[in-house]
Design a protein around this ligand. Sequence first.
Ligand code: ADP
Ligand code: MG
Length: 321
Amino acid sequence: MEFQLIERIREATAQSREDVHLGIGDDAAVLAVPAGQELAMAIDTLVEGVHFPHGTAPADVGWKALAVNLSDLAAMGASPAWAMLALTLPQPDEAFVEGFAQGFAELARPHRLALVGGDTTRGPLAVSVAIHGFVPTGQALVRGGARAGDAVLVTGTLGDGAAGLRLLQRRDPGLADDPRATYLLERLNRPTPRLAAGMALRGRASACIDVSDGLLADLGHLCAASGVGAEIDVQHLPRSPALLALFDENASIELALSGGDDYELCFTVPAAQVAAVQADLARLGCGATRIGRIVEGRDIAVRDGERPLAPARTGWDHFPA
Ligand code: ADP
Ligand code: MG
């Protein structure tokens, strides 16, 4: 049974790449890193009931398991190449595996990402994807390079995924036919990793991180790594029409600041380069909005225009104190 499931996954995700000398089927994958490139690697686990709600469509789980990893590569400015998949299933559920593999493959295909191996075991439903990508030697985007005076920008819009989750938790039956609700749920279940944006930021962004745990938490990590503080203005937070239509001003700000599940990039650039970077990212489709600036110190100051704010929650923490 296990081998049939693996075969299903292999077929659904088939992708030929010259740098894959041996993929699924042997004891280990054998892969070639191109000359002049460094390998960027990341791994993320999704656990049912923690990272995705019970009842999430298998195809959405497959998409998201890959998307959150691609988002980590995007934040490094890396281009994706290979993935490995560790699947833990309560039972050998062919329908789940089929749907999962389809959703995974749908996102993998346009990025020419090859699934090169993995592991299949029995236990509570959980999915780990390990991803490997390339970045030209020395050009990886890191968290630690922001300097006082740099502008802080984010791609896309913030708060949509967390808003989608809130709608699910409310179980409002009227929302099923509301295209704005559909949009927010799509953003929750099928986030778009900003790979092209990350690659375009090579050699330009002084620091970069992807927003998975909430803007304040992740900007906090960027600032800590860089030894700087930041000032942001909530009036500048990019929020989608759907978020603004279905949530009031305060809720939309809270979701955009701390909701998490955004998978947008938060990055810093020297102020003189903001316009050029924004023009490039607009061409790539996601755009980038300036939300504040880097300052000396350690703190993140949040303003609403002239009024200082004290946000209640800074983000998602798996092990809160
Ligand atoms: P081993 O016992 O040598 O670890 P397995 O029986 O676990 O090998 O796996 C057989 C092959 O199938 C290996 O190449 C492994 O990488 C691949 N594989 C197993 N599970 C998965 C999975 N969920 N997704 C992709 N490849 C998998
Ligand atoms: Mg094994």
